[in-house]
Design a protein around this ligand. Structure first.
Ligand code: AMP
Ligand code: ZN
Ligand code: FE
Ligand code: FE
Length: 271
């Protein structure tokens, strides 16, 4: 039995709604999935309803934007109560500040002679967290750039003239919010964000429950190393495709292969 514990929906920057992701997972023969939208839990209920009707298992998930050592770090939360007030309050702050930031980026673009319609950009993120991918799409569709990457290179990438930082948590806060909502906190794709094993150990000491040992950006060798570290520190393992549905760029759902055993252990620890 295979599973996928890292999938994005239209409630963040994925292109498919939760219902469609559930259908796809069933088509691929997966036993369970988790929708882990960026800073948003709103897709969870729709996913759970669709999955229940179709006999697919789901575990609630979220991917929180954090900063650690001045770099982006993503923290995954599994098994959180989607109605937890403290967590929802924090997610609302994420959403509000993302909206303000989106408006500021559109303003900056305007001062550079690039005129995007705010409503049009908002419509692209109708379900959830407004982000640079939505603005990149609008730039592309309005002919300001020739392709998606160019939007980041010329305008909204970290070194671009219209870039604005977004609100991020310290990993310690992320762990706290996830735990107090009854969930378990995992370091997402550790090799993306961390320089070396020392940084990883420093982060683990904050109080994480697990590591995402398998992700398309990680080699087989890295997976083995991460699995060994997880074992040494009595941490859980998770993994998934980080599927967004981006044409031509994404690894499909269900890749790399994740054993059901990962979820079994997570559920055991959740109690
Ligand atoms: P945001 O959370 O609004 O800052 O947007 C971050 C997202 O933008 C990432 O998850 C990527 O999907 C996308 N992104 C960031 N930088 C680039 C880039 N240079 N090229 C393509 N996509 C990017
Ligand atoms: Zn994403
Ligand atoms: Fe991520
Ligand atoms: Fe992700």
């Amino acid at each position: 039995m295979k599973i996928d514990l890292h999938v994005h929906s239209t409630y963040s920057d994925g292109i498919h709604p939760p219902r469609k992701l559930v259908e796809m997972a069933i088509g691929l023969g997966l036993a369970a999935i988790s929708i882990t939208d960026h800073d948003c839990l709103d897709g969870t209920e729709e996913c759970a309803t669709a999955a229940y009707q179709n006999g697919l298992e789901v575990i609630s998930g979220v991917e929180l934007s954090c900063e650690f050592k001045e770099r982006d770090l993503h923290v995954l939360g599994y098994g959180v109560d989607p109605d937890d007030q403290r967590l929802q309050g924090m997610l609302k702050r994420f959403r509000d500040t993302r909206l303000e930031r989106g408006f500021k980026i559109i303003e900056k673009l305007r001062s550079l002679g690039v005129h995007l319609d705010t409503e049009e950009v908002l419509a692209k993120s109708r379900d959830g967290a407004l982000g640079r991918p939505h603005i990149a799409k609008a730039l592309l569709e309005n002919g300001y750039v020739d392709n998606y990457s160019e939007a980041f290179e010329r305008y909204i990438g970290e070194d671009g003239p219209a870039y604005i930082k977004k609100y991020k948590l310290h990993p310690r806060e992320a762990v706290s919010y996830i735990r107090s909502a009854g969930g378990l906190a995992f370091i997402a794709h550790p090799t993306n964000s961390l320089k070396d094993a020392n940084e990883l150990l420093e982060l683990i000491a904050i109080g994480f429950d697990g590591l995402e040992v398998a992700h398309p950006n990680q080699t087989e060798g890295e997976r083995a190393e991460l699995e060994a570290i997880a074992k040494d520190y009595d941490l859980l393992a998770s993994g998934g495709s980080d599927y967004h549905g981006f044409a031509g760029k994404d690894i499909p759902m269900g890749v790399p292969e994740i054993p059901y055993e990962f979820l079994e252990r997570i559920k055991q620890r959740l109690g």
